[in-house]
Design a protein around this ligand. Structure first.
Ligand code: ZN
Length: 324
């Protein structure tokens, strides 16, 4: 029998000038700092932030070590060529706005940063938002061009070039690489993205970083060369009901399904790696407590495992797509 089991990982907290105080309580881990915390990386194979297994026989080992020892057990037949986990999972607590930013696609990441770098297509699932103050910025307003964006930079009116809306809990926004975006204030969300940390900042709301006394650097030329001016506004996705769950996103990098109910259900699939994220309520997964804020990696070799809600439970099941 394999040593692999459902893997829970220790959160890696990231201090950010726009962050807040909610994440340690949300994921039930002590805050490592009194600084504002913007992100909790729940499953990461990014070089300087590799997750550590938190439970079971593999507790204390790094995700990368476990993948190296059991590639087929984790991924089934679709083992990534570089041996790295291809997705990064985070919770974000935006007390203030994040910068207006854009990420490259795979080809641009390779060109700008060299071999081993990937682009960043990402998706957000909104967990909490303030109906009066929260805004998401996703894609350009129709008609925005590189020239009109640069003109808006000169007149300090960048937000006016972006499509913006007030998000509600449960909304999912799918952002292909090249979609200019910003997460506004007072939003708690879950994010899934390609394993990449390449961000080009186009506008930072004229802020000064209290730590340095300086504005954070911008990356206008690289950012604009990655920005897709043809895609237009990016709206929340319309989920499709398939069987007992909703298909939310299906792209070459990942799929997201959403399940909500109070009856037992199974998650995971024989031969495929899945990640399950509880976003409301509580219950058990494979006999262990499973509640809001939990992110659990199901190795391919486990196959389906039971989820038993205790009351009403809502979770996301995420599949790895396009792994070469
Ligand atoms: Zn982003």
């Amino acid at each position: 029998m394999s040593v692999l089991h459902p893997l829970r990982l220790e959160p890696i907290f990231k201090s950010m000038l726009w962050g807040g105080t909610r994440l340690p309580g949300f994921v039930r881990y002590p805050a490592p700092t009194t600084d504002a915390i913007g992100e909790a990386w729940m499953l990461s194979d990014v070089d300087d932030s590799i997750s550590i297994i938190a439970n079971g026989a593999l507790a204390g080992r790094s995700l990368r070590e476990v993948i190296a020892a059991h590639p087929a057990g984790i991924f089934g037949s679709k083992i990534p060529a570089d041996g790295r986990f291809p997705l990064l999972f985070k919770f974000l607590d935006a007390r203030k706005e994040l910068s207006v930013q854009v990420h490259p696609n795979d080809a641009q990441a390779l060109k700008f940063k060299g071999p081993g770098h990937r682009g960043k297509t990402e998706a957000w699932v909104i967990l909490d938002a303030d109906p009066r103050t929260s805004r998401l910025y996703a894609g350009f307003k129709t008609g925005t061009t590189a020239a009109s964006f640069r003109a808006a930079m000169a007149t300090n009116t960048i937000p006016e070039t972006l499509h913006a809306f007030t998000p509600k809990p449960g909304d999912c926004v799918f952002l292909e690489a090249g979609t200019v975006h910003a997460i506004g204030a007072d939003i708690l969300l879950f994010e899934v993205q390609q394993t990449s940390d390449i961000t080009y900042r186009l506008y930072d709301w004229d802020r000064v970083d209290a730590k340095t006394g300086q504005p954070r650097p911008l990356h206008i030329d690289d950012g604009l060369s990655c920005s897709n001016f043809d895609a237009g506004p990016c709206h929340p996705v319309q989920p499709k009901l398939v069987g007992d769950r909703h298909d939310v996103v299906s792209c070459p990098y990942f799929s997201i399904q959403h399940w909500h109910g109070d009856n037992p259900v199974s998650v995971g699939q024989a031969g495929a790696c899945r990640v399950v994220v509880a976003i409301q309520g509580q219950g058990t997964l494979a006999g262990e407590p499973f509640q809001i804020g939990d992110v659990v990696l199901l190795p391919a070799c486990l196959g389906p495992v039971p989820v038993v809600p205790n009351g009403s439970l809502r979770f996301l099941e995420i599949g790895l797509g396009g792994v070469a």
